[in-house]
Design a protein around this ligand. Structure first.
Ligand SMILES: Cc1cc2nc3c(=O)[nH]c(=O)nc-3n(C[C@H](O)[C@H](O)[C@H](O)COP(=O)(O)O)c2cc1C
Length: 183
């Protein structure tokens, strides 16, 4: 059984999301003692502080999945130079009620793919800002700003040849990062 269970949050609900494909493909580069669980965020209501004392079942589930993980992986789209609202909504939900932040202390990796040349760089910087406040240590290097282009994925959905070396290096650093924080 995997020793390190990673809670993966994909910052896009789009059916054919490049970011979901990336999250699925990169997980295959991890060693056998790591497992990756993509968290469901599309059934979360819009966050409303009035509900803090009575969080819906979907929020409780999200928080339990995060609590049971040894690390986080955010793979996000960039919307209008920031994080998509669906991702921020999920982050806000699991950060509350005040004093019961589920994210805190979990080591996180951040990456993303966009059709634009900046490869979600601004979205990721905004995300790092949010995570710093939530007491989530993030892997600094290598940064992974990926542009969606032909060959990024092979026909089986794996990382394509041109990007494989970089993605493997990223995963190796991430694995070491998670292990350090769980030691
Ligand atoms: C509302 C909206 C805003 C977007 N803003 C940006 C942006 O700021 N930068 C960028 O590179 N791409 C932007 N895009 C294009 C996304 O990179 C593209 O839709 C990408 O496929 C989203 O990721 P996904 O495939 O995982 O859904 C935007 C797309 C939408 C729908």
């Amino acid at each position: 059984m995997a020793q390190y269970s990673i809670a993966v949050v994909v910052g896009s609900l789009r059916r054919d999301s490049f970011n979901r494909k990336l999250a699925t493909a990169i997980a295959k580069l991890a060693p056998a003692d790591f497992s990756f669980n993509q968290l469901r965020i599309d059934d979360l209501p819009l966050y409303n502080q009035d509900d803090d004392a009575n969080q819906p079942a979907s929020v409780k589930r999200l928080k339990a999945e995060i609590a049971g993980s040894q690390g986080l992986l955010f793979v996000t789209a960039e919307y209008n130079r920031s994080v998509p609202g669906v991702l921020k909504n999920a982050i806000d939900h699991a950060s509350r009620p005040y004093g019961q932040n589920a994210w805190g202390g979990k080591p996180a990796g951040v990456m993303g793919v966009s059709v634009g040349a900046n490869g979600t760089a601004m979205s990721q910087q905004h995300l790092r800002n949010i995570l710093a406040y939530l007491d989530v240590p993030t892997l600094g290097q290598p940064e992974a700003f990926i542009q969606a282009k032909d060959g990024l994925f092979d026909t089986a959905g794996n990382i394509g040849e041109d990007s494989k070396k970089f993605m493997q290096q990223w995963m190796d650093r991430y694995v070491a990062w998670v292990k350090t924080h769980n030691a």
